[in-house]
Write a protein that binds this ligand. Structure first.
Ligand code: SF4
Length: 340
């Protein structure tokens, strides 16, 4: 495996107080119940991302970790431009993306690409692999048609597939090969930043390691920056320089990967660590995580983790803890960390 964090530098992507809200309309059942009860069913707001500040340096790999439903995929989609923030700023190369037009907007659109969790769903089942890989070049007019075939062959080789795969359909290759095609497709427009949304979660464990190695090799060869999203701390451990832990729309802890694994401060991070097999074998006394993540439609008061936290105090039900510096660059949001 190759690590390439020598060129970590200024932020390429930055989020400043980013919120993403979705409004859900009442369904037929809610409308019917509302009519019987004599009160109209109301729209409800889901606060999927709730005031996130993050800066991802050029050349860095930031692992974004949390359970399903914590808002991490929504955050990834905001970074990739698939959702606009409801408020706050997404900045690319120091500029607010909302204000970009012309060439700077094109630089952002091409410069930030996404690799999805489910390559089966994200690839057009009726297109041959060569068509899937050629499409971004044609759509963005990045190569004359005479060169596209050679570019497709080079892309296949870069992700470890032979040119014999060119004329296959997505269902004619394995899950790991489909994810290689998903990665190759994202790379066709020569991005500098990849949002990787659970890119190995749908793969067998043996294939996961191969795909993670591919991400690491590509990072070194192309000087890429990644936002690497996973529900599994064990997956991000080998690829990330830094980890941010997300719970119910907020970042609750962030530090270098080594620091998180050695000195996790937040009870939620400690619970996630307990689920990483090789950490558990070292017999750390973390309590396995209890219960399920609450609905963002009805978040708990105070610390959102308090209904599941083994250390919850009365204060935790009332008062939301703020993200605070614990040690150099290590931040966590928990009342246990307040000075005495
Ligand atoms: Fe647990 Fe309280 Fe810390 Fe929240 S603030 S993680 S409930 S101890």
């Amino acid at each position: 495996m190759t690590r390439a964090n020598d060129n970590v530098g200024a932020p390429v992507v930055e989020l400043r107080a980013v919120h993403k809200r979705f409004t859900t309309r009442p369904g037929m059942v809610e409308k019917a119940v509302g009519a019987v009860a004599g009160r109209p069913a109301r729209e409800r707001t889901v606060h999927a991302v709730n005031g996130v500040d993050l800066a991802i340096a050029r050349g860095e790999v930031l692992g974004l970790v949390g359970e399903s439903g914590c808002g991490k995929s929504t955050l990834g989609r905001v970074v990739a431009g698939l959702h606009a923030p409801s408020s706050g700023e997404l900045r690319y190369q120091g500029q607010d993306v909302a204000g970009l037009a012309g060439q700077p907007r094109r630089d952002y659109v091409l410069g930030v690409q996404m690799v999805f969790q489910d390559p089966q769903a994200s690839l057009n089942p009726r297109q041959r692999l060569r068509q899937i890989l050629a499409e971004p070049l044609a759509v963005h007019r990045l190569a004359p048609s005479a060169q596209i075939g050679a570019r497709v062959d080079a892309a296949l080789a870069e992700v470890g597939l032979s040119t014999e795969y060119r004329d296959r359909l997505p269902h004619q290759i394995s899950g790991g090969q489909r994810q290689r095609i998903g990665i190759a497709r994202a790379l066709m427009v020569a991005p500098e930043f990849l949002v990787c949304d659970e890119p190995v979660a749908a793969l067998d464990v043996s294939i996961q390691a191969q795909v993670i190695n591919l991400f690491m090799d590509l990072r070194a060869q192309r000087q890429l920056t990644y936002l690497f999203i996973s529900h599994d701390l064990g997956v991000v451990r080998h690829i990330s320089d830094r980890v941010a832990i997300m719970y119910l729309g907020k970042i609750v802890e962030t530090a270098t990967t080594a620091e998180v694994f050695a000195r996790a401060q937040h009870p939620y991070t400690q619970a996630l660590l307990a689920e990483v097999p090789d950490v558990a074998r070292r017999k750390r006394v973390f309590t396995p995580i209890q219960g399920e993540i609450p609905s963002p439609l009805n978040p708990p008061t105070g610390c959102a983790f308090h209904p599941r936290c083994p250390h919850a105090m009365e204060r935790c039900k009332r008062e939301e803890p703020l993200l605070r510096e614990v040690a150099g660059g290590h931040q966590a949001a928990c009342h246990l960390l307040d000075p005495p």
